[in-house]
Design a protein around this ligand. Structure first.
Ligand code: ATP
Ligand code: MG
Length: 670
């Protein structure tokens, strides 16, 4: 028997066993969610070690570093072998490891810096600043946007020219300048001995391609390459695998084409579909049993994904007993009622014995977690957010709050500077100077209502920022408390339309998401008459860090997970709440409008990923009314994804809140 003593037959099903113990070669394990793909890969590593393969000959590529750590830990617990020489991690971390050893060959030193997003931004801003681009005529894209453009070009191979023309048509007049920035940015990175995240992959490729001997060494080393979540690799990553494996290494890639959800970041599910073609004599393993979910949830998931054009046909059987309870379909009045329902149910489930860390609330977009965050906080239910920041810690939300705070408190130096920094040509020093001037006008100490026109007269406003500065003054004049537009939601509207929207559009790549966040904030602000009340509520929430009354977190307290679906990939919980399943929210309105079958299919895959995270209990809820401040209340239809499964697969819940249950006869959900 194996030195580890693992009983492979007992711990794996036949299909998993066949993959785990398959002879060296090229293998693709393609199977649906929860079928044990990740488990299979883990046992494969153990099996290779049992076969006497040296740990250093194994390379394990995963989607997150956390996943890599967990898998390595699991292997360590399974086998007695020393696994310290095994390389495991994300593509980026592996690229980094290789580059550290051979940086000189590329004109870098071994101690090259890795630029994080902030570093990238300031480097690009520096480049732009030094290029004398006349941004007065037209807005020039901000660093974030430029960085995304460059990254898309490098990861998809689509020329920058076309990326600008197709995805950023409003910057088309800047083609020449943007190209110049790209080239200067690359040069600056080299000069400063630094690499960005894309370089970690692309420079690794470059290195291995130009030095055959070196490539030979790595090909010899990595005799066994294992890849999890293969469906979300992009062209560069797949090329790297193929290159490293080019000396005849074994490759085992596991994935699920139905869970490919990163095409917007350049991932290409064609990689998994064409694997058998690209690797002669490759074996394809399928696993048809699902170990995660009860049959009730699994059937629903299968039905939901069946609406996509067939790729690899697979239908999962559940290995688990019927639970006897169907997934819940919960139409509910509005987002606040939805949050109350979720919080209430979480408490009930906890009373039934399900620990908080076995529960998750999943949503398509971050802003959809706003009401849930509020409700959990006010009920003292601890939560952890895996995707992104807490709502009120996000830069754009803080920006908008800064305007409101400055309206109510003109001594607020932090807010004043935060706003000044949003304007072109004003940096930290400039903001300091302006604040000094503002102090001199005396308005910071006077008790009467400020004359905001004074703001406009401040010395030291650079030419570039004059337009914005004026706008700021007008907005402030309009927003004086007690004046016409003094309702908190009106204030946010004025800030957004008067000034901030421009900034959002030019600064952030994910404009739509951020705009939605602010609209969500506006609608939340509709609950308050007085802007001070709103502001105190906001600051309490952000300082409390999800803990009621700002209590300190106890070590390892149990927490509910709040996560975007994208970040929930590969994970599982006993109870999953999937919220905001209204048409236009999920599937997203932009995708419905685009009327593009491929985009809709990716959206449906995202839905499938969400459903398949649940082990025992699944709650699908949708707010019937979306209270939007300015367009008025919007009546929402249930997600069109519900049309993809028979009505009797779910149990419709009537949870009150004045809602008498059921959709109007003309608009039956099914
Ligand atoms: P996803 O597609 O979501 O990444 P997956 O295919 O990687 O899912 P795993 O996470 O490996 O699936 O497994 C899902 C659950 O089923 C895990 O809790 C795992 O331990 C369990 N499981 C998988 N195979 C078996 C088995 N043969 N016996 C018992 N439990 C199993
Ligand atoms: Mg997995």
């Amino acid at each position: 028997g194996p030195s580890s003593g693992i009983d492979y037959r007992a711990e794996l099903n036949d299909e998993q066993f066949a993959a785990v113990t398959s002879p060296p070669g090229r293998a693709l394990v393609i199977a649906g969610a929860g079928s044990g793909k990740t488990r299979t890969l883990t046992y494969r590593v153990a099996f290779l070690l049992d076969q006497g393969i040296d740990a250093k000959n194994i390379l394990l590529l995963t989607f997150t570093n956390k996943a890599a750590r967990e898998m390595t830990e699991r292997v360590r617990s399974l086998v007695p072998h020393d696994v310290s020489a095994l390389w495991s991690g994300t593509f980026h971390s592996i690229g980094n490891r290789i580059l550290r050893r051979h940086a000189e060959d590329l004109g870098f030193t071994k101690s090259f810096s890795i630029l994080d997003t902030d570093d990238q931004k300031s480097l690009v801003a520096n480049v732009v600043g030094g290029m004398d681009i006349d941004t007065k005529v037209r807005r020039f894209p901000k660093s974030d946007v430029l960085i995304t453009m460059f990254s898309l070009e490098r990861n998809t191979g689509e020329p920058l020219k076309e990326i600008i023309a197709h995805r950023y048509p409003y910057f088309d007049d800047w083609q020449r300048e943007i190209h110049a920035v790209r080239d200067a940015y690359a040069k600056r990175k080299q000069e400063t001995n630094s690499m960005d995240f894309d370089d970690l992959l692309l420079k690794t490729l470059e290195l291995l391609k130009k030095d055959e001997d070196l490539l030979g060494l790595y090909q010899k080393r990595f005799r066994h390459i294992l890849v999890d979540e293969y469906q979300d690799t992009n062209a560069v990553q797949s090329e790297l695998i193929d290159l490293l494996a080019g000396g005849g290494s074994s490759v085992m890639a596991v994935g699920d084409d139905a869970q490919s959800i990163y095409s917007w970041r350049g991932a290409d599910m064609g990689n998994i579909l064409s694997f058998p073609k690209r690797h002669a004599e490759s074996k394809v393993f399928k696993i048809e049993t699902n170990y995660r979910s009860v049959p009730e949830i699994l059937e629903l998931s299968n039905a939901a994904i069946r609406a996509n054009r067939a790729r690899y046909e697979k239908d999962l059987r559940s290995s688990r007993e019927q639970l006897g309870v169907k997934p819940a379909l919960v139409p509910i009045e509005d987002p606040s009622a939805q949050a109350q329902f979720v919080a209430q149910r979480i408490l009930e489930l906890r009373d039934e014995g399900i620990p908080l860390e076995e529960m998750a609330v999943l949503y398509r977009a971050h802003f959809q977690s706003l009401e849930i965050q509020m409700e959990l906080t006010s009920r003292g239910i601890p939560f952890a957010i895996t995707s992104g920041l807490r709502f009120f810690e996000q830069a754009h939300i803080k920006d908008v709050a800064a305007f409101l705070r400055f309206v109510t408190n003109r001594r607020d130096e932090t807010c004043f500077k935060r706003i000044a920094l949003l304007m072109p040509g004003i940096g930290a020093k400039g903001a300091d100077k302006l604040w000094g001037e503002w102090l001199k006008t005396g308005w910071t100490t006077k008790e009467e209502l400020p004359d905001w026109v004074e703001v406009l007269k401040l010395k030291g406003v650079p030419k570039k920022a004059e337009k914005h500065w004026k706008q700021f003054g007008y907005i402030m004049a309009e927003l004086t408390p007690g004046a016409e537009f003094a309702r908190p939601e009106d204030m946010i509207y004025s800030v957004l339309e008067g000034m901030y929207d421009d900034h959002l559009r030019a600064t952030f790549d994910n404009y739509d998401n951020r705009r939605s966040d602010i609209e969500q904030l506006m609608s939340y602000a509709g609950n308050f008459e007085d802007v001070l009340e709103l502001l105190s509520q906001l600051s309490l929430l952000s300082s409390a860090d999800g803990q009621p009354g700002g209590q300190r977190e106890e070590a390892d307290t149990e927490k509910v997970t709040l996560s975007s679906i994208h970040q929930a990939k590969g994970l599982e919980w006993k109870a999953v709440f999937l919220v905001w399943l209204a048409d236009g929210a999920f599937p997203n309105g932009r995708i419905i409008e685009a009327d593009d079958e491929d985009m809709m299919e990716e959206e449906r895959r995202l839905f499938y990923v969400a459903l398949t995270r649940a082990k025992d209990e699944l709650y699908l809820s949708y707010p019937l009314i979306n209270p939007k401040s300015y367009s008025g209340d919007v009546i929402q239809r249930p997600s069109r994804f519900f049309d993809d499964f028979p009505k009797d697969m779910v149990e419709e819940w009537n949870v009150g809140s004045g809602w008498s249950g059921g959709w109007g006869a003309a608009d039956e959900p099914f």
